[in-house]
Design a binder for this molecule. Sequence first.
Ligand SMILES: C[S@@+](CC[C@H](N)C(=O)[O-])C[C@H]1O[C@@H](n2cnc3c(N)ncnc32)[C@H](O)[C@@H]1O
Length: 268
Amino acid sequence: MLRGHHKRYHKLYLYSFDRKHPALHEIDDEDFIGCWEEDGLAIVFFHKPKDALLDRLAKELGLTIEDRAEVSYDEWSEGRKISCLKFGDIVLRPVWEEGPGLKFDPGVVFGSGNHPTTKLCLSWIYKLWQEYGPFEKVADLGCGAGLLSLLSASLGAQVLAVDFNPLCVELTRKNLALNHLEHRATVYCEDVKKLVPFEADLVIANLFKGLLLDLFGLPSFWQNRYYLFSGFSPAMEKELREALWPKARIKGREEENGWVIWFVENEV
Ligand SMILES: C[S@@+](CC[C@H](N)C(=O)[O-])C[C@H]1O[C@@H](n2cnc3c(N)ncnc32)[C@H](O)[C@@H]1O
């Protein structure tokens, strides 16, 4: 995430380590963006090349740097531009855009507002608020950059957010704090499945198909009423629909650029 004098992202320098280590989160360097952890591995991100610093650190910590890469922020964002997002009278702006509304640092994790699934989730959160809301408690499962939590908190919900990638947790907390909404959310660094059961009026899960199937199969996951599910393509819907039935009913569906969102009501 953006720290110190950095106001936006241009080039990214990535270093992949063979395993995670707490010290990789505490690197004291003005160009440090953050440390991504997944499946026991760690990738550290910088605004500038840091070979000497990281070679030294790897030696001190007994780690191996397995890969180094330089990519533009546009490439990293898969060519999808990060810009203002508007839902009714609510505007979410990347920190480098001047103007009123909610501010966010898009970071280098998923969910910076430029992916169709994030946009679909945001627009459905807003829409559901108009039709069914307000929602007192919202769960954001796999919070990424935290925009779904941010919008829900700004609409007045108390949010439970979770992601197993510490960089997502850090960025979600930062994005809430940028808007003075940190008191409206608890952000956990944990596996989603370990958080079940939880209580929420609206559960939002923009996750991959395998994890959605796992969650659908947990009876204690179905103790809430309204759910938004995204992160899958039309080709995956049949399998997901079969796993859903007869627990819950799809009340709404939208598709954008090959991605789907479902609004589901649990009628049990
Ligand atoms: C598709 S992204 C969605 C991000 C954000 N909610 C959005 O809609 O833009 C999925 C997120 O779920 C997280 N994730 C994937 N599997 C997870 C698991 N088992 N437990 C916790 N988080 C997980 C990933 O780290 C990633 O940030």
